[in-house]
Write a protein of this length. Sequence first.
Length: 579
Amino acid sequence: MNGILKTVFLFTSLQAAFNCQSSPLTQEPDTLGLELQEVVISERRTLGKLRGRATNTEVISASDLKRAACCNLGESFTTNPSVDVSYSDAATGARQIKLLGLSGSYVQMLTENIPNFRGAAGPFGLGYIAGPWMQSIQVSKGASSVKNGYESITGQINIEMKKPQLDPSLSANLYADHKGKLEGNFDGNIHLGEKWSTGILLHGENSFTTHDENDDGFADSPRLRQFAGMNRWAYLGTSYVFQAAVKYLDERRKSGQIAHGHHYTDPYIIDISTRRVEAFTKNAYIFDRDNDGNVAMIASMSFHDQNAEYGRKLYDVIQREAYVSAMFERKWNDLHALSTGLSMVYDNYRQHLRASNAPDAVTADIDSHEMTTGAYGQYTLNIDNSLIAMAGIRGDYSSHYGWMFTPRLHVRYNIMDPLSLQLSAGRGYRSPQPLAEYHYMLASSRSLIIENNLRQESAWNFGAGVTSSLRLFGRSLSLSGEYYYTRFTDQLLLDLDTDPHAAIIGNLGGRSYSHTFQIEASYNILSDLNFSAAYRLTDVQANYGDGMRQKPLTSRNKGLLTLGYTQTWGSGSSTSPAP
């Protein structure tokens, strides 16, 4: 959090149950005559790896997210050794994720398995989801499932939001710190009968004070004002399941020469205003519940309107995005499962640019659109959960770039109960939008140069990992190691070294690759005290036209030590984790 110590002024969490009945999601037909008993988990593995999947997937659970009284998506990876979050530009507060040593543009961001935060939403998207809204985060490394599209190159990050069909509740929290930031969050849900439920999530934050610690007349960090609200609905029937949600966000970032104690006749101001609307609906018809047989359709849309001023430079963008996916899934027995589907993604950009501070600078209108349609098939083989193999293939046609062919393979072999081996290989693509993704470079004095005829980015990703656990002094010790290699065949590069007065965005001129090796260990010192350690070695290089060079601002070595304490109160129905 801006590298400063923050103190919690007030934090409250109220859980009020409107109704004590079980959630419809967990109810079974009365004919079963069964009742599940309480299960108490006495040990928690902070590695959070899912062994029942072919993919290499880690879960950041709700208890991990509760370690911070105030946070957003970008501040939720502080204890995760795989994901780095850094400021790509301090003047605007733009952040980016890095996974496997590469920027977050190569990570497919999903909200409840729906592609999100693409294009213009990328630079500031990590701040668009409040921490108290999230139920869990799933981080999958490598080329992931083909079900969600062709865009995953280094992995996927899927955010699961709080669901209205969970037990009715009401919660609120308020956060303040000594730097003048105030944040409030509220969420609640209610059941409207046995099958219908609805929920509301609200978030607001404001930075009331401008900070200029070095007294240079420029704000050290932008002042941020944001409001977001979301309304969700769910219908859980015997054969038909429906979910829908609408979200609205209004945000303003202000930076530059706005610091207190200074007066200017013509100040340099950075002012970025964003209005964003998202909506989605999920529909599924379950025709064979015993074998997970269903036909489903997902539809989503987003409208992103952003106006940015960097002194006299301007960048205004309106992005309209639509996504539709229809799928069929079924298991034929415990051995075989098949998933097939069709998808469509439509992106429309209307951009207005003035790239110079000169009073007579020329403005330009840059419009673009792309429609991509595709089909996929994915087969899963599961032999008694000891060998899980998932092979997928999809073909897509882009109205701008033509055909794309995306094969992917994941294999997990559980050699014995505590030891498993995981392998993966696959290809991914990405359609670049250089202005929408790098417009924060307008805050610098550099000239922004974008080469013509930019190609679509594409890369191969290969990975291998091993996970094991053993008993040491009567406690659980979890160990894991993994290696990933990413090789680009086409890549968009931001070159800040060739010309000190220019930021050049262009095509890859030669080779580009990333090697990542990581080891982790987690040990339960006591039943409620856990220690974890991780080390990662990263080698990322690219050819900028004058030979291979290390990617700038990429740490080669990273180590992380964490100590987690969980105190159980009462009978075990509630836990309160401490960092």
